[in-house]
Design a binder for this molecule. Structure first.
Ligand code: HDD
Length: 703
């Protein structure tokens, strides 16, 4: 077997293991759980056709009993999530920094399972709410399962895990009436914030566009806590982990996200499911930031403080591999719901730091699975099984699967020659990093954790004008939803310590007083890596609606579809109904979508081709005009050729477009609106449209 064959097999290893558990019912007889074949499942056994059901109907009892017990407790946080399988491929050997086996050989592949999630909402809540997104990755390595249980925001709300229950109680629906669902826009959350100023930095991120991602495929992931990498010589370095999406980091707008919650509550899961089914596999590069142990105190933030990031300009992210998600789950419950992550799942070559948030997390995750998955054997559930062999003396408990023969289940023993026996470090045994620990037992916080505002200010300073506007808008909505007037004022006063101009704008939006005291900013510094304006921009996998009625210009549509395909984008035809229409040359077309079930919210851009008959119908259709208006207000790319531009003139676009009758055969671009007159069949128009599409949004015209 060649080198690459081995890796190919490695990549498939988890899928092969899962294969053994898959139940294929195709063409099979219906049976009970005891494999008894059944003649019917429609009627219960009765004493006469109109008589009572008999207790002896074991099929009825089994069916109903199983149904009655189908639900398990949802996760106490991150209840709503979506998972996918894939693999991680290493670009370059990390042997200088770590002995982790999956980070040694360039080109090696490790199977992974990733679960994305929101934090606050319950299992049935909407995808596009303003919230932190979970980004949890399980690597099935040859040395055991390794989990990076991260978020799409590089820092956290609190510095010590002991405050986690308080934070979550404050942010979840209020306990007296269980209102509101899946949102931070309520009194208890902001009450916690103003009483815990360490939240300032994370609240800035949560009010930014990062908290309303466009897609799971377009958001970063961060391990958040500081870990250690340990090499074969036992040299340790502090490390932070990063996932960087190859499609760039992109977000929705607040208004758009809120409307999407109604139009398609499954927007994010549908997006990633469809992308994987279509072969548009989500890809994320894996990066590490490393700091030598002897530089621990060289920075103006504490490396152990989880409310601080390590600015990428100061400590660059070294890209070392790529993760590709290439397979959807076969069964949501079996895989996505039952997967159990834990930051304590590490492998030789990786270790913890003393970050007090991380230290608490190491306990919480295993503990919560006991309630959620019903006992200590949850690691035997197929999705949680390592691909590496498991041998120990743990026995019994609810739902035990493994059958251990023989009388020995203890160590040391002579009856089984001490099997299974510990192995030395050189043979792969895990040895904890021998950090020196010396201190008094104190319930206290380090002085070096006291600066709560500098990095919140750094974040604000790093935002583009549009991003700042969105942050102000988010505060306006969130704090505007708070009932307690005093609380609102305290938010304004607290965020004056981040940026006075921000506080003034929040105050104006929510009817509070401007901050009493103008605190000078603690830093003028900025970090370009924090702004989404500086991200990768590409048209790949973007969705474009082509609005059509009978009489459209066939050639224009054909050219646009070809251009979109060449750019890796997806064009969909949308008409007033799903009935067949025809182009002005008589070519029949069955629209992909209709204006009632679809809408601009579900697309990145819209194109209206020429053809006077078709445009005259569109102009009369309220849904078609709203489509353009919505795309316009959400700063999306809009294209129109020839008579297609007349539809734009019948919408809010008219206010800033010049008289389109003067448009030339060369494409003209007005803040993301591309128009052409007489040149719709020419390449430059389609190319200009795709270039604008790649820009994601045109913030200058958003309102
Ligand atoms: Fe947590 C789930 C991420 C702090 C306690 N957390 C959970 C998930 C993610 C994170 C992505 C969902 C995993 C999945 O998809 O199943 N959590 C984080 C990050 C944190 C963080 C990035 C800050 C650095 N978490 C944190 C603290 C505690 C917890 C401080 C408690 C002390 N988290 C949990 C939990 C959950 C969980 C209660 C709920 C479901 C689960 O673990 O499996 O144990």
């Amino acid at each position: 077997m060649s080198f690459s064959d081995t890796f190919q097999e490695n990549d498939q290893k988890k899928m092969k293991q899962m294969e053994a558990y898959r139940s294929d019912d195709d063409g099979q007889a219906l049976t009970t759980d005891n494999a008894l074949k059944l003649t019917s499942t429609d009627d219960s056994l009765k004493a006469g056709e109109r008589g009572p059901t008999l207790l002896e109907d074991f099929h009825f009892r089994e069916k109903i009993t199983h149904f009655d017990h189908e639900r398990i407790p949802e996760r106490v946080v991150h209840a709503r999530g979506f998972g996918a399988h894939g693999y991680f491929e290493l670009y370059e050997s990390m042997s200088e920094y770590t002995k982790a086996d999956f980070l040694q050989v360039p080109g090696s592949k490790t199977p992974v399972f990733v679960r994305f999630s929101t934090v606050v909402g319950s299992r049935g809540s909407a995808d596009t709410v303003r919230d932190v997104r979970g980004f949890a990755t399980k690597f099935y390595t040859e040395s055991g399962n390794y989990d990076i249980v991260g978020n799409n925001i590089p820092i956290f709300f609190i510095q010590d895990a002991i405050k986690f229950p308080d934070l979550i109680h404050a942010v979840k629906p209020e306990p007296n009436n269980e209102i509101p669902q899946a949102t931070t826009a309520h009194d208890t959350f902001w009450d916690f914030v103003v009483n815990a100023p360490e939240t300032a930095h994370m609240v800035m991120w949560a009010m930014s566009d990062r908290a309303i991602p466009k897609s799971f495929r377009m958001m970063e992931g961060f391990g958040v806590n500081t870990f250690r990498l340990i090499n074969a010589q036992d040299k340790a370095r502090f490390v932070k982990f990063h996932w960087k999406p190859l499609l760039g980091v992109h977000s929705l707008m607040r208004d758009e996200a809120q409307k999407l919650s109604g139009k398609d509550p499954d927007y994010h899961r549908r997006d990633i499911w469809d992308a994987i089914e279509q072969g548009n596999y989500p890809e994320y590069e894996f990066g590490v930031q490393m700091i030598e142990e002897d530089q621990e105190f060289d920075f103006d933030f504490d490396l152990l403080d989880p409310t601080k990031l390590w600015p990428e300009e100061l400590i660059p992210v070294k890209i070392i591999g790529k993760m590709t998600l290439n397979k959807n789950v076969d069964n949501f419950f079996a895989e996505t719901e039952q997967v159990a992550f834990c930051p304590a799942n590490i492998v030789p070559g990786i270790d913890f730091s003393n970050d007090p948030l991380l230290q608490g997390r190491l306990f919480s995750y295993e503990d919560t699975q006991l309630t959620r998955l019903g006992g200590p054997n949850f690691r035997e559930i197929p999705i949680n099984r390592p691909v590496a062999p498991v041998h120990n003396n743990q026995r019994d408990g609810m739902h035990r699967m493994a059958i251990h023969p023989g009388p020995v289940s203890y160590f040391p023993n002579s009856l089984a020659q001490n099997s299974p026996s510990p192995v030395p470090e050189e043979e792969g045994g895990f040895a904890h990093y021998a950090q020196r620990i010396d201190g008094h037992a104190v319930r206290a916080r380090s002085e070096s954790f006291r600066d709560h505002f500098s990095q919140a200010t750094l974040f604000w300073n790093s935002m583009s004008a549009a991003e700042k506007e969105h942050i102000v808008d988010a505060f306006h909505f969130e704090v505007g939803s708070v009932k307690d007037v005093n609380l609102k004022q305290r938010v304004v006063d607290m965020f004056a310590s981040v940026a006075p101009e921000l506080a003034v704008q929040i105050a104006a939006g929510i009817g509070a007083k401007p901050p009493a005291q103008a605190v000078p900013k603690s830093t003028q510094a900025s970090s370009p890596a924090l702004s989404q304006e500086n991200t990768i921009k590409t048209a790949r996998t973007r969705k474009v609606a082509i609005l059509l009625e009978s009489g459209f210009c066939t050639v224009s549509v054909r050219n646009m579809l070809a251009e979109l395909k060449a750019a890796g984008a997806v064009g969909e035809t949308v008409s007033s109904s799903l009935s067949e229409i025809s182009g002005k040359d008589g070519t029949p077309l069955k629209p992909d979508k209709d204006l009632t079930t679809s809408g601009a919210l579900l697309y990145d851009a819209v194109y209206v081709p020429g053809g006077s008959d078709h445009v005259n119908v569109l102009k009369q259709n309220h849904n078609a005009r709203s489509f353009i208006n919505e795309a316009l207000h959400h700063a999306k790319t809009i294209g129109a050729s020839d008579e297609g531009a007349e539809l734009l003139q019948a919408t809010d676009a008219a206010a800033f477009l010049p008289d389109l009758r003067d448009a030339q055969a060369a494409p003209q671009i007005f803040q993301g609106v591309v128009v052409v007159n007489g040149g719709s069949t020419l390449q430059p128009f389609c190319t200009a449209f795709v270039d604008q599409l790649a820009m994601h949004r045109h913030w200058s015209r958003a309102n």
